[in-house]
Design a protein around this ligand. Structure first.
Ligand SMILES: [Zn+2]
Length: 208
């Protein structure tokens, strides 16, 4: 290694410059000690994370329940290095010593549970099937169509739609005076469509 500062060394990092200035080259031992300290710090940190995790778990005969913060879906959450992580995934990782490759699902259907033998790894479709078999799909007022109505395409937002709001209003205004099948023919749509629009079964968002 270098023992003397040369012009091309000006671009080197501060620590390298310091060691060059001291005439003390960076040795293999220093690198080894650095790596060892890094591992030690990492180990300390992961044991702190483990402590923080287990301090918020209350074990019962069946489930081990998370008593810390939860997200709006009822799953336990914890901050690690500024990242929000789901605690059942942390538990799975601690038990298996590796990152879950897929979703981590609950056998016990208890979202707060972190007991490793109540958890299993599955794909997103497994998750959907599991949720469906347990009748936990979001339906009614919990369904996305209600919670986030702006995400459902309606009326003219559906690009293949043959109608627009004006035509819908036309159908509703003239249903009594023009025969429905004539309206259908005029607009190039099915009779049933006309009937449903008039009844307010479809195109509900355009005032009936
Ligand atoms: Zn459980």
């Amino acid at each position: 290694m270098f023992t003397r500062t040369r012009p091309q060394d000006a671009k080197k990092s501060v620590s390298e410059m310091v060691s060059l200035a001291k005439g003390d080259p960076i040795s293999i031992e220093w690198i080894a000690i650095g790596i060892y300290k890094l591992f030690l710090a990492n180990d300390m940190r992961s044991s702190q994370v483990e402590n923080r995790f287990w301090n918020r778990v209350s074990k019962t005969d069946r489930c081990w329940n998370w008593i810390g913060a939860t997200n709006r879906y009822g799953y336990g959450k914890m901050m690690i290095d500024g990242r929000r992580e789901l605690v059942h995934r942390i538990s799975w990782r601690l038990a298996k010593h590796r990152e879950p490759r897929n979703c981590v699902l609950h056998h016990c259907d208890n979202r707060r549970c972190v007991r490793p033998d109540h958890l299993f790894e599955g794909t997103k479709s497994d998750n959907a099937l599991d949720r469906h078999s347990k009748h936990r799909d979001a339906v009614g007022v919990r369904h996305g169509r209600y919670t986030k109505p702006e995400r459902t395409a309606r009326g003219v937002a559906i690009t293949r739609s043959k109608l627009d709001e004006e035509k819908v209003k036309f159908i509703r205004d003239n249903y009594q005076t023009i025969r429905p099948y004539k309206i259908a023919k005029l607009l190039g749509i099915n009779y049933t469509c006309v009937y449903k629009i008039n009844k307010g079964e479809t195109w509900k968002h355009v005032g009936v």
